[in-house]
Design a protein around this ligand. Structure first.
Ligand SMILES: Nc1ncnc2c1ncn2[C@@H]1O[C@H](COP(=O)(O)OP(=O)(O)OP(=O)(O)O)[C@@H](O)[C@H]1O
Length: 252
């Protein structure tokens, strides 16, 4: 048994997502691109993991495969104990809606709805009632309590992204996937958003997997996976900034 397997053998002992031999290629023949080349990864529950690496290294592809938004060419993906390849389209859609949360660049908030309505929308679409205590705790953690009646156009970029995070978290998902969540925010708003994301991990035991280009953003993460050319170069646990710089610098 390997060291990794001893540390995180299954979900009950804290693995939120696991891949084995995960490969994803695009195209065929001379134009074939191997975006992921057989990735074995165990992402622990209750932590904020950043996925980093040079442009084209496979970060988005990995996140999309983990989140059931893209299908691997080979290998397996298990999230919250579910082997995604065993789910049909309907079951996968339901699994994503019930068990996963998503935060993307650009927020994707509905402009005619207030912040509170945007946050509640996924639950209402799923026909589920809002857990009032969780809702209040979330908007408190995210610093949105006095902004709930505002529409997106009346909120700053950072506030809009915090609404998007609350919306992703309100149904207590097993894993939240965030793709460059601070990509179009200034540095102050980025710091606020990342701080709130980290607090949701610390205070509510949330699991977050975040793709980022930015060293400053990765500094908020507990762990950092460094991809190079479709393979995991490093999986750093609670790295120092120096260790992170070294791991990233080595890829250039
Ligand atoms: N739909 C697709 N069709 C063809 N090639 C693709 C497709 N999606 C991704 N690729 C290729 O797969 C490789 C990995 O892409 P991916 O977007 O996962 O990298 P990334 O690390 O997220 O890059 P970036 O940091 O620039 O967003 C790249 O060479 C990319 O061109």
């Amino acid at each position: 048994m390997t060291q990794t397997q001893q540390l995180t053998p299954d979900l009950t002992t804290g693995t939120a997502a696991r891949t084995r031999g995960l490969a994803r290629s695009y195209g065929t023949g001379a134009t074939e691109v191997h975006a992921l080349r057989g990735i074995d990864l165990d992402l622990p529950a209750g932590r904020l993991t950043a996925i980093m690496g040079p442009s084209g290294s496979g970060k988005s592809t990995l996140m999309h495969c983990l989140a059931g938004l893209d299908q691997p060419t080979a290998g397996s993906v298990t999230v919250a104990g579910e082997a995604l390849e065993q789910l049909d389209d309907d079951a996968l859609t339901l699994f994503r809606r019930e068990r996963l949360g998503f935060v993307f660049q650009g927020f994707n908030l509905l402009p005619m709805l207030t912040a509170a309505e945007n946050i509640r929308l996924p639950l209402e679409l799923a026909g589920r009632s809002v857990d009032r205590a969780r809702f209040d705790a979330l908007v408190g953690t995210l610093g949105l309590a006095d902004r709930l009646g505002h529409r997106p156009s009346e909120l700053s970029g950072g506030q809009q992204q915090r609404v998007a995070i609350a919306r992703a978290l309100v149904h207590a998902p097993a894993v939240v996937f965030a793709d460059e969540p601070t990509g179009n925010l200034d540095s102050k708003a980025s710091a606020e958003v990342l701080d709130h994301l980290r607090r949701s991990v610390r205070e509510q035991g949330q699991t977050v997997v975040m793709v980022t280009h930015e060293l400053d953003a990765a500094a908020y993460a507990d762990d950092v996976v460094v991809l190079v050319d479709g393979a995991v170069r490093e999986h750093l646990v609670a790295p120092s900034r120096d260790a992170l710089v070294q791991a990233l610098g080595g890829g250039r």
